[in-house]
Each structure stands twice: as structure tokens, then as C-alpha cells.
Design a binder for this molecule. Sequence first.
Ligand SMILES: Nc1ncnc2c1ncn2[C@@H]1O[C@H](COP(=O)(O)OP(=O)(O)OP(=O)(O)O)[C@@H](O)[C@H]1O
Ligand SMILES: [Mg+2]
Length: 237
Amino acid sequence: MYVGELLKSLDRAPSGVPGLDDLIGGGFLPGRVYLVVGPPGSGKTTLGIQFLMSGVKNGEKGLFVSLFENPKLITQDMLRYNFGLLGHVQAGKIVFNDFGQILFGAGRKFAWDELIKYLLEIIRKEEAKRVVIDSFNSLEYSVVDPENKRMALGKLMRKLHELDVTTLITSEMMSSESYTDEYYLTDGVIVLHHFMRNFQMVRALQVLKMRGVPHDSNLKRIRFTEEGIRVYPEAPF
Ligand SMILES: Nc1ncnc2c1ncn2[C@@H]1O[C@H](COP(=O)(O)OP(=O)(O)OP(=O)(O)O)[C@@H](O)[C@H]1O
Ligand SMILES: [Mg+2]
């Protein structure tokens, strides 16, 4: 490996989420693949859009691959925040891909390898520097070979590392006690939590894992603001 390549690993890709970069030494490592996992409505998609918005500020094109939801509805929802998303979409700096058209349109199931090939084709074609894949576990319902998931994700990750795109993969949290392949294979894991405490809904973020980076892994309070998710340095309760 070249020294230049090794030194590049000292760079950081800001997450776009106020307060998050302070927990992870300044931001994500560029070119790595991260998992954002959480229960319904915990902020996975919002965090993904904030991440793409932040890339645009650095001149990096963003690609949002929606595996299940109609991207039109996602865009509509995200326009309710003060991100200024519309201008970037119109300028082609953030592109939405409707992968659901492939999944629902074919009227059949796919092999994992086929789906990974399609995903990589889209990412290569768009030449994006930041990619969000939302939500990865949706693919599990469309495959004929569920036993190949770990190999497929491993392959996708290797290719994404080669392409040098910084990627957020979102995933729905099935259980807080069991860890799916995504947790092990990705370079870092951010868990979004929401739970009831004293009859109050508590929202929190936790950096569960961040390879190569010392980080604070305690639960931190988050709030949804007009600028999206904001992380506060204190515990959520
Ligand atoms: N404009 C807004 N201002 C403040 N909070 C908002 C706004 N729009 C949505 N929210 C909050 O964000 C939550 C949804 O966030 P988001 O869609 O990112 O979650 P998600 O984890 O992707 O959900 P899902 O699992 O359904 O895909 C809503 O339930 C609401 O609490
Ligand atoms: Mg979502």
C-alpha cells in the first residue's frame, strides 16, 4: 500500500449531523461503509439525507438508493426540513434511485449476487462520492438464496471500498439483542434508539462501533429539529 493511501485514512468525512462528529473524532473515515440501524421512525432516513447534504457542501455528489420506499415520498418528507434539499436535487448534486422498481417490477425473486451487481452498476453510473442505501434488510424479502447474505454484503463492501465512496447503509432493527451480518461487516455502527421511560419517549444515538477510531459509545440525547437530527453531549435521561 502506498504511503499516500495510508495517510488519506487520517482525513474525515463530516457526517452532517450536528454533534455526531464530536463523538467520532471529527467524522466518518472517507471511503468506508457504515451502518445506521434503528427501529421505525428513529431517524435513519433523515440521518442519511443529512449525510448526503454535508457531502454536497464538500463538492461530493450524493446518491440515495431507496430499496423499498418510493423516493418521491422520501423527498417530500425531507423537504419539510430546512435542508435546502430541493436545490441540490434540481442541480443533480443529490440523486435518488428507485431500486424498488427493480424489486417490485420483476415479479420474481433474485439471487443476492444479482442484486449486488445492480446496486454496484447504479453507484458506478452515478459516480457519487457519498451513497446511502435505505434500508438494506429490505433486500432479504426479495432473494431466493438468503443463506448468501453475508457473502453478498462482504462483496458489496469490498467493491465500495475499491470505488472509494463513503456509504451509509441503513437497516431496520429486528432485536436489540441479536446482531445481523451488517453489524459485523460494516466499518462502523450507529444505533438510533427510542424507548419509553417514565411515560416519556426518549430518543438517543449510540456509536456502537467505529473501526480505527476511538469513540464515545454512551447513549446521547438526540432531537429532531428543523435542521434534522441534532446530537447533544449529554445522556438522554
Ligand atoms: N420536519 C420535521 N421536523 C421535525 N421532526 C420530524 C420532521 N419530519 C419528521 N420528523 C420526525 O422524524 C421521524 C421519522 O424519521 P425518519 O423517516 O428519518 O425515520 P426512519 O428511521 O427512516 O423511519 P422508517 O423506519 O419508517 O423508515 C418522524 O416520526 C418524526 O418524529
Ligand atoms: Mg426510513
